[in-house]
Design a protein around this ligand. Sequence first.
Ligand SMILES: [Zn+2]
Length: 300
Amino acid sequence: MRPLYHLLDPLWRRFPFPAGHTFESTAFEDATVLRMARTYRGREILPVYCYAVGDTLVDSGISSVADEVAAAARKARISRVVLTHHHEDHSGNAALLASRGAEVLATAPGVRLVAHDLPRRFYQHVLWGEADPVEAREVPAEIPLGRFTARVIPASGHSVDQLALHVPERGWLLSGDAFAAERVKVFRGDEDFYESCSTLERFLTLDFDALLCAHRPRFTGGKEAIRAKLAWLRELEGRVKESRGKGRSVRRIVRELGIEPSSAFFTITFGDVTTANLVRSILGGPKWRVEVARALASSG
Ligand SMILES: [Zn+2]
């Protein structure tokens, strides 16, 4: 049976939400930092960051800020877009930039996922909007990033296709959504807890200070932030397993953890971004979205 959001997706596409947006371009060392967000009644929704270094743009932002991103890309003479993963707040302008001559790079599963026009849930339409499919090429192990060389670091967990870019000469880690916050309290239904921990452990073997995260960058002290997040996840894992050992249900464990946010943001996800998903991922692993599984199994 098709999930409900597959049936409703065409409807949300036809009637886009009346969002405003903000856009700002600043500099950090050799990078141009593009910060953007959708706004409702003047209030910003979670901001998204892309980073332009030399002729490479890391992630392409949200499609409602297409004009500003395209203008910034033109100014920086962007010829290559590296997607940290396929989610629409990262791939939102990839098709547009590809149509203007940029080459788009992603991991092997990422190439498959961005080639498909994946149905999105209601909250994804509200928060980020559309992301047209795009033809991408598999990213090599190293890519030039301005004057530097970036090493591609596998970073699955938040999504199956995620990568990070490590720039040792600069002490940067461009981490996509692998960080997001020190004390995460919610997971998407398809986030993999143990893969997320392995990714953070991998990050801790690298030398970096600036954590160029796609939502909450830490321009200094980035490695400590990763260490703190890993410690937090391990603490949650211990508490969840201890409660499960006492025979508690997922709902009871969530209550005992006492970390569940009550904001409207999480309510509109209709159960896709919750503390219960974090608990379930610890106890039984992620629940894959059907369209993602299908796209990964397809031949192209
Ligand atoms: Zn994401």
